[in-house]
Ligand binder design. Sequence first.
Ligand code: NAI
Length: 465
Amino acid sequence: MRRVTLIEGDGIGKEICESVIKIFEAAKVPIEWDKKPAGLECYQKHGTPLPEETLNSIKLNKVALKGPTTTPIGTGHKSVNVTIRKSLELFANVRPAKTLPGIETKFGNIDIVVIRENIEDTYGAIEHMETPDVAQTLRIITRQGSFMIHSFAFQYAKTNNRKKLTCVHKANIQKMSDGLFLNTFRELSTQYPDIETEDIIVDNLCMKLVTNPEKFDVLVLPNIFGDIVSDLCAGLVGGLGLAPSANIGKNLAVFEAVHGSAPDIAGKNIANPTAFILSSTMMLKHIGMKDYAERIERALENTLKAGIKTKDLGGNYSTTEFTQAIIKEINKNQTYIELPAKKKENEIKFFDPPAPTPSEDWQIIGIDLFIEWNNIETLPEVPKKVEKLELKMISNRGTKIYPPPVPEILMVNWYRCRYLSNQALSHQDILEFLKKITELQIKWMHIEILRKHNDKELFSKAQGE
Ligand code: NAI
């Protein structure tokens, strides 16, 4: 018996878990569930949304099937999903979107796999209120994180006989962060000549997904774009009730439906368990029980083909009736012998990330000083020259307002003052600069050190600079 951690979660979690437990029993899947709590209800009961014993169970069993968990909006505890993904380094989120038999959609036959980077980007949740009017989120993309997700995506495409891998980005605007993501993809692509590669800007992708979805095979995206585009792809094949997913790391994996805890329908016995069932069959394939997975998928497909559907798909079957229909299908061919667990076929290879790139030959040439200045009728009164640094530019909401002319734009009480030097600077120089600025009682929020390498400036310019 293979032990697997099972997290029911919140809302419809209990109902869809019950469905999978019954289906696995009927299909005689040799799995023993290790039930552990997580989510909002768990928080209310145990004072934590993700107890240590739950994380330890996943670490021990190496595989978990997780029901949806509720995350309070704006306040409250951090998302359990994000915590699980981050603390277990489940860096790849795999979300297949495949047209199912019996499900009519406006978009024809679709078979797209979305591979979303699962750790970085705005999900670092590095946020600050810079002033009472200005909130900041840092968007972090790293060479190492990009390497891990792209090498996984290429390996996934190779082992699953997929033909094309599309890198999705916004490198036309975020030239540095998305640029790093895209360049890492391009560098790796040379090692996989058999896989066709292309890249596309995320907005263009969204348009093409609803006009020519059949053009896409496997997509690889930074975290936030992956989050949005994978829901779009779920919509293409019939909605959230049908979309499974896997969170995969080097040694551990957590499988869950894309949808949330659906509090609006919880406890009504009308939730569609399909996405969760498909997540569970992804899990079975992951642990070498492909035959069991296919047995269950066939029964699910036959049920849908027979027009047996839950309310979200226009049917009138309850969760339990739908589950019973699948079990009936499983039992139809029930001359089963116990299937042996096989060695995983086509196992995905994981690679170590590249070592940190040294920056000894990078030169400090200035700083961006971010200040709060409340009189937005006047330019902030900051000195033109401090020690070795000269004021070269001030911007507001990304647009240059100094040197003049001041454009007619909406200004807020948060300014970036760019000081540059024509000589190489040290951190000590920056410290002297900050001392002077502090003496002048300028309310500074943070600084960014500006560097260059071989005459290439390693920071972006303001609009109009
Ligand atoms: P949601 O996915 O729970 O629901 C969106 C809509 O889809 C609702 O109308 C719901 O009834 C419907 N729906 C979702 N799953 C369904 C299913 N299996 N069968 C039939 N209808 C279904 O998204 P929402 O409402 O934005 O989030 C609710 C809560 O779930 C939030 O606290 C959110 O943070 C959390 N959430 C958790 C996720 C996870 O644990 N993996 C993922 C997404 C959201």
